[in-house]
Design a protein around this ligand. Sequence first.
Ligand SMILES: Cc1ncc(COP(=O)(O)O)c(C=O)c1O
Length: 353
Amino acid sequence: MTSAEARQRFPVLAHCAYLNAGSVGPLSSRTVEAMHAAEVHALDHGRAGASIWEAAAATETRLRQQLAAMIKVPAEKVVLTTSTTEGCNLVVTALHLRPEDEVVTTNAEHPGLMLPLIASGAKVRQARVMERPPGEALKAILDEVTPQTRLVALSHVLWLNGQVLPLAEIKRETGLPLLVDGAQSVGAIPVDAIVADWYTVSGQKWLCGPETTGALFVHDHESLRPQIQSYAASARQDAGRLALVHMGQPMTAGLLAAIEEFPEWGLERAAEMVARCRDAVVAAGFDVRTAPGQATLISFRIPGDPVAIVKGAEAKQVVIRSLPDGWLRASVGWWTDQTDIDQLIEVMLDASR
Ligand SMILES: Cc1ncc(COP(=O)(O)O)c(C=O)c1O
C-alpha cells in the first residue's frame, strides 16, 4: 500500500486537511464497514448466544494481541478499556494512595491523567517541563522526587506541545512505579511500553479506531487492588480480570480493523511529515513551541482569538484545535500529505493578516 492509496481509505481526506488526530483520528471506510458489519450481524442474529460470545471473545483476543504487538508487551498483560482516562483512573484508585503519599507528574498533563491524580488525595508535585527545553525534562522530574514519592505518572508525549518524555531514563533513575499516559504516542511514535508499570492506549486517536476504545498495559496485575470491579474479575485470571466494561462488538471489531490497516511504514512516514509541517510553520514565521524531533503534534501561535481561528479554519476545510492556554495545535499522521500542510499554512497566513 502506497501513501496515496492509504489516503484514499479515509474519505474525509478527499476534501479536508484533517489535522486533529490528537483529539480524534480520521476514520477509514474499512473501519466503519467492520463496525457496521458487527451491527448488522447483531440485527440479524441477536446479540447473545454461545456462537456470538465465542466470536466476541475471539475478536477481543485478536485485538489484545494486535495492541500488545503495537506497544511491544505480552498480550496477556493487556486489558481492553474505553479510554486512557479509564486506564489512569483504574491504576490510580487501585494504588490506595494516602494524603501523606506523593505523586510526581508534570505541569503539562491532560485532565485524563491529572484529575485522577488529584482525586487520589495524595500530594501531587508537578515538574516544570513546559518552560524548559526537552533535554532538561529528566532533571525537572527527578527534582520533584522525595522519599514520600509513591508513583511517577506522566505522558509519553505531552498534549500541549508534542514533547517526548524519556521514559526509560525516568524509570531507571527513580526506580519508582511508573504510570504512563500513552494517549498521544501509540500509533504516532515507536512505543516500548515494557519500560512502564502501566501504560495506557487511546483507540480513537492515532490508531484511528472508534471512539470509546482503548487499552491498558499492566506489568503485574496481582500487585493492584482495584476498587472497581466487574464480571471479568471472576471470569479471568490474567490482566483481563481488571476489565471494567464489556466492549460491544462494533467497538472491538472497528478498532481491530483500524489496527490491521496500520501500514508498516506508518511511523516513519509520520515522522517525516511532522518534520515537514514544523519546517513549514517555522518558515511561515509563526511562533512555534514544539522542539524539532519530537512526536506528531506541532503547537504554534498566530495573532488573534484562537477559538475563532480554529472555527474559521474549519470553514475552509482545515481541522486543527486550540489548547486551553491559547496555543494552536496541528496533528500530523502517517496519512498526512504535503497538500494538507500547504492548506494549513495558507489558511493560517490568511487568518493572521
Ligand atoms: C495526553 C492525553 N491524555 C489523555 C487524553 C484523554 O484520552 P481519552 O479520551 O482516551 O481518555 C488525551 C486526549 O484527549 C490526551 O491528549
